[in-house]
Design a binder for this molecule. Structure first.
Ligand SMILES: NC(=O)c1ccc[n+]([C@@H]2O[C@H](COP(=O)([O-])OP(=O)(O)OC[C@H]3O[C@@H](n4cnc5c(N)ncnc54)[C@H](O)[C@@H]3O)[C@@H](O)[C@H]2O)c1
Length: 254
């Protein structure tokens, strides 16, 4: 039997790198997936890249930072499959690289809206619809437990979801719903490359090489390596783990 046989899973930011790798992993393990992202054409291209549509996949274009968007993707999942087993709140944006004294307030607010408010809304509206024994997962980052100059909004947002996760883990435990955070380090994808361009501009050094030099395993991660960590929490492999921060960062936080 596959690890997610018959399970209904929601993945936000599902058209992006880590979200899509997780959607593909969930599908391979027999899950049915509601893929949520901002834009339907990006969603369709993403689904096409992992084998195309099928009975096991549905999509919802929604702004996950809004109450309306959140309620809509939850409602569409329930009307299609009648339940939710796994809720992966993963959509995120990085903001800009600037010192706090120079950090634009509108960018700070936008980062908090997508990276924190959306996960709060996912828990607020998703939890009542979830099956007992389900799993909620939130994507934080290595900078959810560390930080560096220039990333006040991003690091603050990634710390904040750990507090959210710990609270909801205790609230949901009586229903055997596990709530965990996955904390990736730098991954070899476009999201991270954008951040590294900002680091290069701010430091005058190659941002990618700079990060590799401070990651004990000496390299970036791959999206599929994160998807396997996500699968651990989504499935019964993680059945006795709740309230945890799973670091998947090549040791960068040590
Ligand atoms: N890439 C890395 O190195 C890295 C490291 C640590 C943590 N993370 C986190 O992993 C998560 C996924 O990032 P990724 O690397 O796959 O980046 P990505 O840009 O490929 O994916 C993010 C997805 O979120 C979607 N999104 C953004 N705002 C949205 C909104 N308001 N409503 C709906 N969808 C929205 C984007 O359209 C995109 O598809 C993010 O939370 C990010 O902060 C990434």
């Amino acid at each position: 039997m596959a690890l997610l046989d018959g399970k209904v899973c929601i993945v936000t930011g599902g058209a992006g790198s880590l979200g899509l790798a997780s959607v593909a992993e969930f599908r391979r393990e027999g899950g049915r997936v509601m893929l949520v992202d901002r834009d339907m054409s990006a969603i369709e291209a993403a689904i096409a890249s992992i084998g195309g549509s099928g009975k096991d996949i549905a999509a919802c274009a929604a702004d996950v930072a809004s109450t309306e968007g959140t309620r809509r993707y939850i409602d569409e999942t329930i009307s299609r499959w009648g339940k939710i087993d796994v809720l992966f709140s993963n959509a995120g944006i990085s903001g800009v690289i600037r010192p706090v004294t120079d950090y634009p307030e509108d960018v700070f607010d936008a980062v908090m809206a997508v990276n924190v408010r959306a996960s709060f809304l996912a828990c607020k509206y998703g939890l009542p619809q979830m099956n007992d024994g389900g799993s909620i997962l939130i994507t934080s980052s290595v900078v959810g437990v560390t930080s560096d100059p220039g990333i006040c909004a991003y690091a603050t947002s990634k710390h904040a979801v750990i507090g959210l996760m710990r609270t909801v883990a205790k609230e949901a435990a009586p229903r055997r719903i596990r709530v965990n955070v996955i904390a990736p380090g730098p991954i070899d994808n476009g999201f991270q490359l954008d951040i590294e361009k900002g680091i290069s501009a701010a430091t005058g050094r190659d941002g990618t090489k700079l990060l590799d030099s401070i990651i004990p395993l000496g390299r970036h991660g791959r999206p599929e390596e994160i998807a396997r960590m996500v699968l651990f929490h989504a499935s019964d492999l993680g059945s006795f783990t709740t309230g945890s921060v799973l670091m998947a960062d090549g040791g960068m936080h040590i």
